[in-house]
Design a protein around this ligand. Structure first.
Ligand SMILES: [Zn+2]
Length: 524
């Protein structure tokens, strides 16, 4: 109804018809599928603690990739990877544990401990050690907090410590983790005390009520270790300006249950007592000797971009592509064990990508559509650069690239779009897209924050000559104190704004995918 009315209204008002040159089927059925409900469901899953901050690569990232693949398939897209897979892999040289060189045993016991199930090595630590195990509380030595777990002679011993800090209501800044919980600060103190090795027991999460009941069902993934590697430093903002220093001894992270088997000590109760009293427990001799080892090596690791293709409806234009994209990775977990949920950065953009794909799939436009979720953006646009170096379709066939990165904060009715200074003809397209369907976007800011143009994945496409636009919330990053911290949570995302921005992206994609001409090459 809307579509048939539109030209009539325009004629009556004597207006020009900006979209009269946009043939193709009716966009409305697709447009109507872009809903706040769907956006919220995507965001809830992608920003959930289960995905552990979507570091590249990690089990959490693989779960996100499986989810995105499913959503694209349901939208009618085919996989752009080998054998119809949505995963388009590339390799990056990164530290990787050498499984056969990582081990844990209790002397004189035939109990076996399995890599990934019972223990994982901690990054930046390595070597071999044998020593008598002693439980040293949380392994904290903090003058500031007047709290010292490292007492007595621990030279040559294996220290067994709990991760984090006592969960006390006031001490250590109450419910938030303080700097005393920093694992590498602990390892430095323990190293100075002369320990030969350290076992870190990971406690189950405190029940903070943060876990949403609305989680979309996670796609099954059993390929990752049960205990994933949680400590990453992909551009965390805040307390730690420098990456941590390597420890000269092996450190293994274990589950609390494994630590209890190793030591024969009820560590849950010991921890609960410290939670209550905020006093360091006395060192506990275990009477057991542990042997342990850890080793890391830089190796080429597989990381996946997720790419889907929707075939265009016009045989003459179907070999040309509109690219829509958003990065789906984030910054992992910090040294205090805090997850960076990356709700705004960039679960919001991925929700926009999936909703745009779904809408386009309802009624494929004349040109084909390439939907790309990029990995390793937070490591320096690595995923998009790799995709542009080995593109699933030639770059000359890519008509325009539309990227969404951080689209969930700031003014609800405003969107910032960068790239029109490089592609002046797209200014008019954006204007048309804003009003062509009821996007409810009142203002598009195109000439502020131009320095951000190099900071997200569209830039990789721009560099290979593809006209590219970058949709983002417009909030200066310096004003966003939650950017790249554990505070980038779902409750701070404006779902209405994500939905409006997505509608604008869909309308823009629709016009570009259906009109006769294509935009000229970008200005460099
Ligand atoms: Zn980021």
């Amino acid at each position: 109804m809307l579509t048939t009315l539109r030209p009539l209204v325009a004629l009556l008002l004597g207006l020009t018809l900006p979209l009269s040159d946009v043939p193709g089927p009716d966009p409305d059925p697709g447009f109507e599928t872009i809903t706040e409900e769907d956006v919220l469901a995507d965001l809830t899953f992608l920003a959930s603690p289960e995905l552990e901050g979507r570091d590249s690569p990690s089990p959490g990232l693989r779960k996100a990739a499986a989810y995105i693949s499913e959503r694209l398939a349901a939208a009618g897209f085919g996989g752009a990877g080998e054998d119809g897979s949505f995963l388009v892999p590339f390799e990056a040289s990164l530290p990787d544990p050498v499984v056969e060189a990582c081990a844990l045993a209790v002397d004189g016991s035939d109990e076996t401990f399995v890599f990934g199930e019972h223990f994982v090595p901690v990054w930046l630590t390595g070597g071999e050690a044998t020593g008598e195990a002693v439980v040293l509380g949380f392994g904290i030595d903090s003058d500031e907090d007047k709290y010292d777990d490292i007492t007595g002679d621990v030279q040559g011993r294996i220290a067994v410590i709990l991760d984090g800090e006592p969960r006390h209501r006031r001490k250590f800044d109450g419910p938030e983790l303080s700097s005393a919980a920093d694992l590498y600060a602990k390892l430095e103190s323990l190293g100075e005390a002369g320990v030969a090795g350290v076992i870190v027991a990971r406690r189950p999460e405190a029940d903070s009520g943060r876990h949403s009941k609305r989680d979309a069902p996670p796609a099954a993934d059993t390929s990752g270790a049960k205990l994933s590697f949680r400590h990453t430093w992909a551009f965390w903002n805040g307390e730690r300006p420098q990456p941590p220093r390597p420890a000269g001894f092996p450190v293994l992270e274990v589950t609390l249950a494994t630590a209890e088997v190793l030591t024969g000590i009820d560590l849950a109760t010991l921890a609960a007592k410290a939670d209550k009293s905020a006093k360091p427990p006395r060192p506990v001799e275990t009477g057991r000797t542990l042997t342990m080892s850890a080793r890391w090596e830089d190796r080429p690791l597989r990381i996946d971009n997720v790419v889907g293709v929707l075939r265009g409806s016009d045989p003459e234009l179907a070999d040309e592509y509109i690219v829509i994209g958003a990065h789906y990775d984030h910054i992992g977990v910090d040294a205090r064990g805090r997850i960076g949920p990356g709700a705004d950065d960039n679960a919001s953009g991925v929700a926009g990508l999936l909703e745009t794909a779904e809408a386009l799939g309802k009624h494929p436009p004349r040109r084909s559509v390439l939907a790309c979720a990029f990995a390793a953006e937070e490591d320096g646009l690595v995923g998009s650069r790799e995709l542009c170096a080995n593109p699933p379709v030639p770059a000359e066939h890519m008509v325009t690239m539309l990227n969404m990165d951080m689209i969930g904060r700031g003014e609800t009715k405003e969107v910032a779009v960068l790239g029109v200074t490089k592609n002046p003809t797209l200014d008019k397209v954006l204007d048309d897209a804003r009003t062509f369907l009821p996007t409810k976007i009142k203002k598009i800011v195109t000439r502020q924050g131009l320095e951000l143009f190099e900071r997200s994945d569209h830039y990789s496409f721009h560099r290979v000559g593809v006209p590219s636009l970058f949709f983002f919330e417009g909030l200066p990053i310096s004003n966003n104190e939650d950017y790249h911290t554990w505070r980038d949570t779902l409750d701070k995302v404006d779902i209405d704004k994500v939905t409006r921005t997505t509608r604008l992206v869909f309308s823009t994609a629709w016009i570009l995918a259906n009109r006769d001409e294509r935009a000229p090459e970008p200005r460099r």
